[in-house]
Write a protein that binds this ligand. Sequence first.
Ligand SMILES: Nc1nc2c(ncn2[C@@H]2O[C@H](COP(=O)(O)OP(=O)(O)OP(=O)(O)O)[C@@H](O)[C@H]2O)c(=O)[nH]1
Ligand SMILES: [Mg+2]
Length: 263
Amino acid sequence: MEEPGTIYFTGTAGAGKSTLVRAFADWMKSVGYEATVVNLDPGSEAGEDGFDIDIREWVRLADIQDEYGLGPNGAQVAAADMIALKIFDVKQAVQELKSDYVLVDTPGQIELFAFREASKAIVDALSGDRSALAFLFDPALARTPGGFVSLLMLSATLEFRFRLPIVNVLAKADVLTAEQATEVLAWSEEPGQLYEAVTRDAPTPDVQLSTELFRAIEIMGPLGALLSTSAKEGTGLEAFYQSCQRIFGGGEDLEPSQAPAND
Ligand SMILES: Nc1nc2c(ncn2[C@@H]2O[C@H](COP(=O)(O)OP(=O)(O)OP(=O)(O)O)[C@@H](O)[C@H]2O)c(=O)[nH]1
Ligand SMILES: [Mg+2]
């Protein structure tokens, strides 16, 4: 059997990771693909249930806080180390389910996820040859030029840290007006437009920094167009699937007739 495609959903706190994971899993099932949904966030709320595999069976943030007298961030750090110790149990559980795809929800505290060695060990252990990161752009940040540049830098940091291909996704696109969405997508497709937007803002030190960061991004190479998605409206999911398929090196693509007309 072919190795499953593993996709890690990453993004700043509240960017829409958990909601998109579920919407994408439902969409995959509706077109006939099996997807295993893995929760890697030990701090998920009590109401966030129904994962196929849930790290909270092994490691729970609330228990660590109580047991060691830690706050939520200290507990997340400790939890990452504990998860790394359990990750082969998680991997075994994933393998037993034998799905086409493994969709992984990651913790909201992205700096803890991105910068801890334990997270790198966790991702390395779970990833096969067909693995990718999805990085969600929160529209609240992405709609300003400075926020957009900051998210690009964060996305590049994740790619650099985890050494996995990355798909940049505009999440919750439904909260933007059509004009705002068009502008944000144009920034991702046309570096010149982003540069123009960054420099158009008042010449504050912040803009100067954004401009410098922008130059670094230009040097790093093509960004790839942002994919517009809305978990709420179920849009952009097929395009996201196609992007992941391209990264995983082909495999069979969906027949257009199989896919719901939601894009
Ligand atoms: N309008 C709209 N709201 C959304 C969408 N996706 C998520 N939300 C809302 O955004 C908020 C955060 O969504 P989550 O899916 O919990 O985000 P998250 O990135 O998993 O959050 P953390 O795990 O806490 O970092 C919730 O109130 C969701 O209802 C969307 O596509 N459209
Ligand atoms: Mg979440």
